[in-house]
Each structure stands twice: as structure tokens, then as C-alpha cells.
Design a protein around this ligand. Structure first.
Ligand code: B12
Ligand code: SF4
Ligand code: SF4
Length: 371
């Protein structure tokens, strides 16, 4: 039998169990988001990715996941922490976006699970959806009053910003919904200007074909025109959040200042470790088909951008990859060698039978400036 339960009690449970923000929306279809998903898919802005685009009706219709759903209880969990500068020329370091450095989704799940347990103890049904293809998380968060859509498309929590992962509990318990938060970017356009690939084509609209956060996850060829601006990023991209003035609030919260970490991974390690080690270390990241060669592809691009050409180790690793049995990796090693001005390593490659390799050999590549 179902009994009454207060939203304020659930909020307290969520906050006590690690959530940073809590809100409630009606579990109705996100009609506007459905149209947007369809339109962006038609325009190709989704870059062929699946996720919420696989079935836009499902990801915007909570009732398709729980037919008698009444409410979406949305939680946010902060992932901000101070970054330590870690560049060391003798061991090039790849930058990992903040959200991917630890398993913040598990911490979010802990908070949402505590709330779900309370609902279930009172006889209600719950389904937790976190980063799941069945729900567009940002729209759920927007409707639950958690925050507004920034011009970089992220949900910004008032007085804190966007360094948050988002998730929801779908339930058949009915609650009064929150009202959406007021837009508060004002005239600022810092994120649009800071995007290295001009992927924010208009406020709130991302062209994923240009977004580095997608390109490092994509199994397609990494577009040559975006390889230089990838710089040292091995996974994810935080550029449009790093510059956001609202995010500075989060960075001032005293209790968070103790969260400090080295935010990078050794490029040499990625290029030298075996498949099993790489998947055990980085398997929580989205890597196409869980195939570590895509991680190595990203690492070769980063090596080309930040490696020291004179380093014996850099040259040794490149030579190894230029002889790899995998033509995709050989081709990225060609790019990295050219970028580092090490064309001398490419002698004999003109006889390589791979189209990928020949394409890279023919490509104009701007050499890095000597450090
Ligand atoms: C696919 C996906 C991606 C793709 C596409 C991103 C995108 N913008 O769609 C890629 C791989 C590029 C990506 C990158 C990132 N992602 Co992502 N991603 C998702 C996923 C799986 C689906 C998102 C989706 O449905 N997009 C569809 C389009 C239609 O949505 P949208 O861009 O948000 O569009 C909305 C706005 O345009 C808004 N809108 C409409 N009109 C207007 C007008 C104005 C003026 C404005 C301002 C807004 C606006 O309404 C639209 C629809 O609701 C969700 C998880 C989930 N299940 O929801 C995580 C999610 C969105 N990603 C997340 C994160 C953290 C990131 C990154 C920051 C990771 C990183 N550091 O590399 C980057 C940020 C890139 C960016 N600026 O958006 C978080 C966002 C948290 C937050 N606070 O907003 C989510 C919610 C994951 C999670 N559960 O926490 N992601
Ligand atoms: S994540 Fe990076 S590439 Fe994507 S929109 Fe933001 S700044 Fe641009
Ligand atoms: S950088 Fe400026 S425009 Fe972009 S999300 Fe932050 S406040 Fe909004």
C-alpha cells in the first residue's frame, strides 16, 4: 500500500548521501526536446552517434520506461577538483576531462539509490536512470529546476555552475514539480569563443562533428583539421567549462579545495601497455567497441602535439608504431612523426600498401614549434 512521503524528506536524504542538488519534474514527454533531437539528427549534428539519438521518442518519453510514471526526481553530483599542473617534457602527459577522472556516476548513484530506497520502503516503484539512453538527463534536470542551459549546452546550477553529473529516478509517486531555473548567462559568450573547434554553432547548439569530446570517442577518422587543437587532450574536453565565470563559484567552495589531483595520464604508458592493462585502467571511459587501439590513436595524436622530438623514447615509440601490424595506428604514427618534424623516420613508408598510411603521407602537417 502506498503512503504519503514528503519531497523535502527525500531531498534531505539525497543531500545527506552525497547529492549536491535535487529537483522534481513531472514525468511527461519532453516534446520540445523530442523535436530538437529529431532536427539535430536530420541536420547530422549528432555525428552518427547513438545514445539518446538512437530512439528519440524513448529518450524523451519517461512512460516508455515506466508506464505509470508520475515524477522524475533529479539529482546532480559535483565533480570539480583543483588541477595540478603536471607537464613533464620527459614523460608527456595527456589531459583527462574532469568528469572522467573518477567514477562520479557511482557517487551520484549512491545519493539517488538512498532516495529510491526510501520511496520503495513506502511502496513506490523506482527506476534509476544515469547517463542512460532512455532519458535526456539535461532536459530532466532543466525541468526539475536544477539549473539552466548554458550557451555551451551544459546545465548550470545557480551559484555553482556546470561541473556536475546528472541522473534521475523515475517513480510512480506524484509530487509537485519544481519550476525551471531562470537563464543566467546574460551577455557572456566566453564558452563560444573558447571552443577550439567552433563546435558551439549557436547558443546551446553543439555540432558533435566538431566537438573534441566526441571525436576522442569516435571510431571514425580523427579529422586532420582538429588534430592540432586537440593539444594534450587524451579523453574529453573541458575548454567550454574552464572559461565559464559561473563555474568559478564552485572553485571557491572551501570544502572542495581539498579535492586535488593530477589530472593527466602518461602518454608513454598508453602507448606501451597491453590491451588488458589499458582496459582495466581506462575501461570506465567510453572507448568504441572497448578497443584500446582508439586510446592509442588519441595517444599518438597527443604525442605528436606535445612530445619532444629529440627524445630517444619518443622516436623509439614512433618507430614501433610505424611498424605496427595495425594500419590505422601506423597512419597516426605517420601524422605524429610529421608533426614532430621527424620525417626521417618515414623512409620506406612510401611502399606501405595501406590507403590510410598513404593518405597521411600526402597530408600537409604543420610542424610543432621547437620547445
Ligand atoms: C550524447 C552526449 C554527448 C555528446 C553530444 C553532446 C550534446 N551537447 O548533445 C558528446 C560526446 C559531444 C558529449 C560531450 C560532453 N558531455 Co555529454 N552526454 C551525452 C548524452 C549521452 C546525451 C545528450 C543528448 O541527449 N544530447 C542531445 C541534444 C539535443 O541535447 P543538448 O545539446 O543538451 O541540447 C539542448 C540544448 O540545446 C537546449 N536548448 C534548446 N534551445 C536552446 C536555446 C538556447 C539559447 C540554449 C542556451 C539552450 C537551448 O535544449 C536542447 C534539448 O534539451 C548525455 C547523457 C544523457 N543520457 O542525457 C551526456 C551529458 C549531456 N554529457 C555530460 C557531460 C559532462 C559532457 C562533457 C562536459 C564531457 C567532457 N568534459 O568532455 C561534454 C560537454 C560538451 C558540450 N558542450 O555539450 C553531462 C552533462 C552535465 C551537465 N551539467 O550538463 C551528461 C548529462 C551526462 C550526465 N549524466 O551527467 N556528450
Ligand atoms: S567540449 Fe570542447 S570541443 Fe566540445 S563544445 Fe566544449 S570546448 Fe568545444
Ligand atoms: S561561459 Fe558564459 S555563456 Fe557560456 S555557459 Fe558560462 S556563463 Fe553561459
Amino acid at each position: 500500500m502506498q503512503t504519503l512521503i514528503k519531497a523535502s524528506d527525500l531531498e534531505k536524504t539525497g543531500l545527506d548521501n552525497g547529492l549536491d542538488a535535487f529537483g522534481i519534474a513531472k514525468a511527461e514527454q519532453f516534446t520540445k526536446t523530442l523535436e530538437i533531437l529529431k532536427a539535430r539528427k536530420e541536420q547530422g549534428l549528432h555525428a552518427g552517434m547513438n545514445f539518446t539519438y538512437r530512439n528519440p521518442v524513448r529518450s524523451t518519453t519517461p512512460a516508455m520506461t515506466m508506464p505509470d510514471a508520475q515524477s522524475l526526481i533529479v539529482g546532480a553530483r559535483s565533480y570539480w577538483k583543483t588541477q595540478e599542473e603536471a607537464f613533464d617534457g620527459s614523460d608527456p602527459q595527456g589531459k583527462v576531462a574532469l568528469y572522467a577522472q573518477e567514477n562520479y556516476y557511482e557517487r551520484l548513484r549512491k545519493g539517488l539509490s538512498a532516495v529510491a530506497d526510501e520511496l520503495e520502503s513506502k511502496g513506490f516503484k523506482t527506476i534509476i536512470l544515469i547517463d542512460d539512453n532512455a532519458l535526456v538527463d539535461r532536459e530532466a534536470a532543466y525541468q526539475a529546476g536544477i539549473g539552466w542551459y548554458g550557451k555551451n549546452a551544459n546545465i548550470l546550477i545557480p551559484k555553482r555552475g556546470s561541473w556536475f553529473v546528472l541522473g534521475s529516478i523515475l517513480t510512480n509517486a506524484a509530487f509537485e514539480p519544481n519550476t525551471p531555473a531562470k537563464e543566467n548567462c546574460g551577455p557572456c559568450t566566453k564558452c563560444i569563443n573558447a571552443c577550439p573547434t567552433e563546435a558551439i554553432t549557436s547558443p546551446g547548439v553543439i555540432d558533435s562533428n566538431r566537438c573534441l569530446a566526441w571525436l576522442v570517442q569516435s571510431p571514425e577518422d580523427f579529422p586532420p583539421e582538429f588534430r592540432e587543437v586537440l593539444g594534450d587532450k587524451i579523453y574529453g574536453c573541458d575548454d567550454c567549462q574552464d572559461v565559464c565565470p559561473i563555474n568559478k563559484y564552485e572553485e571557491r567552495i572551501e570544502s572542495l579545495k581539498t579535492r586535488r589531483d593530477r589530472s593527466t595520464v602518461s602518454i608513454f604508458n598508453i602507448l606501451e601497455q597491453d590491451d588488458e592493462t589499458l582496459i582495466s585502467k581506462y575501461g570506465q571511459w567510453y572507448i568504441p567497441q572497448r578497443d584500446p587501439r582508439y586510446l592509442r590513436r588519441n595517444a599518438l595524436l597527443v604525442l605528436g602535439n606535445i612530445g619532444i622530438a629529440e627524445s630517444e623514447k619518443v622516436q623509439f615509440i614512433l618507430m614501433r608504431y610505424l611498424k605496427s601490424a595495425d594500419s590505422m595506428l601506423r597512419s597516426y604514427a605517420v601524422w605524429a612523426a610529421k608533426r614532430l618534424g621527424l620525417s626521417n623516420l618515414l623512409t620506406g613508408m612510401e611502399n606501405d600498401g595501406s590507403e590510410d598510411v598513404q593518405r597521411e603521407l600526402a597530408l600537409q602537417v604543420r610542424q610543432v614549434e621547437k620547445r
